[in-house]
Design a protein around this ligand. Structure first.
Ligand code: PMP
Ligand code: GLU
Length: 396
């Protein structure tokens, strides 16, 4: 049926994070016990005080279309959040609220990128960046990185990737899928280079801002002249465990935010009115620190158990809730007569034989690795670890 669909849709891949989570859901529906470490979503319930706001919003009849960029009080609470947490001064016109951070990213890339404009993206990257750039007809220019530097770019080489067509630099810190966080001096070094190029914007994906185990979050928008060329992406999905409520937001230069509002006005309109009222309460408070502590303990549990397994190469991530593990030492070896050739073979064999769901690294731009999301209970993690170890024992 490919001949009926547009070239635009034919050139993009399905989201592998979503695909693997769908597989897990399908197996559960068919009464197969699976442990799903695929999708990046905290297993915590939404805090009661946030739920109360949503219920109140229903009772108070917030049931009508909202303004396209979001309710004014919510946008003002985001302005306050940037002052409170990031010492950044924005006005309401710098802010747009969307249906999840994914839409914020979509809005920005579609508003900025023309055919053949180049977008620099360090590998590994979150799966949707590259596909949204392809939808916009732009060209991804990838920077290779190495597990030995926790997948940070070699900043001295950044300038080699810049051409007259470069329009945007996209990165996430804390990173999905690597959990790596850039330090202040590293952000300063990146800023020093990008500052030389007035036509290059930065998409700084800070959705994991609060899931940071090593210190206070620093945004590249805090550095030198970066404020005027940076778009910060954030939202309620990760820090407040509100993935299904679909509230993300973006802050950046007003004229481009205005274009994003125009685009959103023709796609989804304003985000869900009830979710926005809940998001106002969430963003006006700081996320629950106990949950972050809990995630840190889960990280340590996974690290302490998997780090000693021969053949796995990993490090202790500084933030987010993922491990990006090099499994390439198992390539060209056999599991029950199946040769493991790549990360997809590894994840599919693990799924079929041990019912543990991970995501292969290929769509994150590194086929030597698999991604493990540890935002599930300790019990599930302990069983999953044992199953992964069993699986590896049988690779010959
Ligand atoms: N950016 C990154 C790095 C992510 O991991 C995700 C996944 N949630 C998103 C953006 C999109 O988040 P949302 O659920 O708010 O759309
Ligand atoms: N961002 C999460 C992940 O990487 C959720 C799924 C998605 O939107 O890609 O797993």
């Amino acid at each position: 049926m490919q001949q009926n669909t547009s070239n635009r849709i034919n050139r993009i891949n399905e989201s592998s994070t979503i695909l693997m989570a769908q597989k897990a859901r399908y197996m559960k529906e068919n009464n197969i016990e699976v442990i799903d470490l695929s999708i990046g979503e905290p297993d915590f319930n939404v805090d009661e005080y946030i739920k109360i706001s949503a219920k109140k919003a229903i009772d108070e009849n917030f049931s009508h279309y909202s303004p396209i960029p979001g309710y004014k009080d919510l946008r003002l609470s985001i302005v306050d959040k940037f002052k409170r947490d990031n010492q950044l001064n924005y006005s309401i016109d710098n802010i747009i609220v969307s249906n999840g951070a994914k839409q914020s990213i979509f809005n920005l890339i579609l508003s900025l990128i023309n055919k053949d404009d180049e977008v620099i993206i360090p590998k590994p990257y979150w799966v949707s960046y590259s596909e949204i750039v392809k939808i916009s007809n732009g060209k991804c220019v990838f920077i290779d990185t190495n597990i030995d530097t926790k997948f940070k770019i070699n900043i001295n080489e950044l300038e080699n990737y810049i051409t007259a067509k470069t329009k945007l630099f996209i990165f996430s810190s804390p990173s999905n899928p690597t959990g790596t966080i850039y330090k202040k001096h590293e952000l300063e070094a990146i800023a020093k280079i990008l500052n030389k190029y007035p036509n290059i914007f930065i998409l700084s994906d800070e959705i994991y801002e609060y899931i940071n185990y090593v210190g206070k979050h620093i945004s590249i928008a805090n550095i030198d002249n970066m404020y005027k060329k940076t778009f910060i992406i954030n939202g309620c999905s990760k820090g407040y465990s509100m993935t299904g409520w679909r509230i993300g937001y973006m802050a950046g230069p007003k004229h481009i935010i205005k274009s994003c509002i125009k685009l959103q006005g023709h796609s989804t309109s304003g985000p869900c009115s009830i979710s926005q009222k809940a998001a106002y309460t969430a963003i006006s408070s700081y996320p629950n620190k106990d949950k972050i502590q809990d995630l840190m303990k889960r990280r340590d549990l996974v690290y302490n158990n998997l780090n000693k397994i021969k053949g796995l190469k990993l490090y202790k991530p500084d933030g987010a809730f993922y491990f990006f593990i090099d499994i390439s030492s198992f390539y060209n070896k056999k599991y029950k007569n199946n040769i493991i050739k790549n990360s997809t073979d590894f994840t599919m064999l693990l799924l079929e034989n041990e019912q543990v769901v991970l995501v292969g690294g290929k769509d994150f731009g590194n086929d030597n690795c698999i991604r493990l999301s540890y935002a599930v209970s300790n019990n599930k993690l302990i069983i999953a670890i044992q199953k992964i170890i069993n699986f590896i024992k049988n690779i010959k």
